[in-house]
Design a protein around this ligand. Structure first.
Ligand SMILES: Cc1cc2nc3c(=O)[nH]c(=O)nc-3n(C[C@H](O)[C@H](O)[C@H](O)COP(=O)(O)OP(=O)(O)OC[C@H]3O[C@@H](n4cnc5c(N)ncnc54)[C@H](O)[C@@H]3O)c2cc1C
Length: 356
């Protein structure tokens, strides 16, 4: 019998899986993707999350790769204005590398992520949960943790509202690219008086940069989807470095502002954690970090429940602890995002405005 079934193998699901496997629980992790991704996505660990990963025995490979001293190089209208060290004592590292380290740790504990396994249905009673997968197979478990991201199937199946607001149009195009000839000693941030900008952050342990930019517009003002060609045109317009040609886009995506949270994160024996429970602006780099903290809290709750030490009240304590945190993160990151948007109109200011 599976004690806890985890849907989703992002940073939240993998952290929870390590927590539970270390406490001796029988865990399974199902993942809709057919293989791990290599996308930089959430690229920063703050000290409190590093503390969780340290306790799980995962911090060492990450600190060996990641950078703790990051310098932001700011340009305005193509001219270099200043360099500032990134405030705080975080670790710059790609999300895929964090997931890889967690997966390796989990494999060492005897648990393999089950790829190509998509949660599609949930039924539960007082004794346990039955999860149906898209291929028609079923898994019985004591508890189910929905760590399946912002479009969470778990949340939808439970009928839990995801309240808040969202924008239709992307605010940013993002991706991973190479930029041969561009210094890897700086997180380059170009802004322009006409508006918009482009950021290229060197990702440790790779030869790629994470690119973030205001989307390109066509003649009618419509937003163009992310592509290497569009990235190059944006780079040429804002960076004005004709010698640099972007190459090998291994990830292309568009990011929309969404500020939403689940109205509850427990329904009987099923829980929500990470982006499945809350989504918000990326300013401040708190999304993955908050998911890791959710996973640590849920790990404690479920470990107590499996030991027969948690009644209804203790199971509800997870929501009582994490929902106010999620509400505060939504408000805080929205303020940080507004600060960044305002700050970058001033030469010499960049994303550090979101970390003040
Ligand atoms: C450009 C960018 C920059 C960012 N920067 C930062 C940062 O600096 N710091 C930070 O903390 N955060 C950052 N974030 C946010 C961060 O990426 C997310 O908050 C994080 O990925 C959430 O992790 P998660 O595990 O909760 O969800 P996800 O990473 O979305 O993982 C969910 C997993 O569930 C799987 N899944 C979905 N449906 C099912 C199903 N039905 N059955 C089984 N599996 C399923 C998905 O395939 C996926 O693997 C950034 C995001 C972007 C896009």
């Amino acid at each position: 019998m599976t004690d806890v079934l985890i849907a989703g193998s992002g940073p939240t699901g993998l952290t929870l899986a390590c927590e539970l496997a270390l406490s001796g629980a029988a865990v399974r992790v199902i993942e809709g993707r057919t293989a791990p991704h290599r996308e930089s996505r959430g690229k920063g660990l703050w000290p409190s999350s590093l503390g969780v990963l340290e306790r799980l025995g995962v911090a060492e490979p990450l600190t060996a790769i990641g950078s703790s001293e990051v310098v932001l190089r700011k340009y305005f209208d193509g001219a270099h204005v200043n360099d500032t060290p990134m405030p705080g004592t975080g670790l710059l590292i790609g999300q895929w590398q964090i997931e890889e380290a967690l997966r390796d740790r989990l494999a060492g504990l005897g648990v393999q992520v089950e790829y190509g396994s998509r949660l599609a249905g949930i039924t539960q009673d007082a004794a346990g949960v039955r999860a149906e997968l898209a291929d028609g197979t079923a898994i019985a478990a004591g508890y189910l943790a929905g760590c399946d991201g912002g479009r969470s199937t778990t949340r939808r199946l439970l009928g839990i509202p995801f309240e808040g607001s969202g924008e239709e149009e992307p605010a940013m195009v993002v991706g991973d690219v190479r930029a041969p000839g561009l210094s890897r000693d700086f997180w380059h941030q170009w802004f322009t008086s006409e508006g918009g900008g482009i950021l290229l952050c060197p990702m440790p342990g790779t030869d790629t940069f994470q690119l973030q930019a205001a989307p390109e517009q066509d003649e009618a003002g419509g937003l163009l989807p992310p592509s290497l060609e569009s990235f190059q045109r944006l780079f040429d317009r804002h960076a004005r470095m004709p010698g640099i040609r972007l190459a090998d886009a291994t990830w292309l995506s568009a990011w929309r502002v969404n500020v939403r949270m689940a109205t509850r994160i427990r329904e009987g024996r099923v829980f929500l954690a990470g982006d499945a429970a809350h989504v918000h602006p990326i300013a401040g780099g708190l999304g993955m970090n908050t998911g890791i903290q959710d996973a640590a809290a849920l790990g404690r709750t479920l470990t107590a429940a499996l030991a027969g030490q948690a009644g209804e009240e203790a199971l509800d304590a997870y929501g009582a602890e994490r929902l106010p945190v999620a509400a505060e993160v939504l408000a805080d990151t929205s303020r940080r995002y507004e600060r960044v948007l305002a700050a970058v109109r001033t030469p010499g200011r960049g994303t550090e405005a979101g970390l003040d």
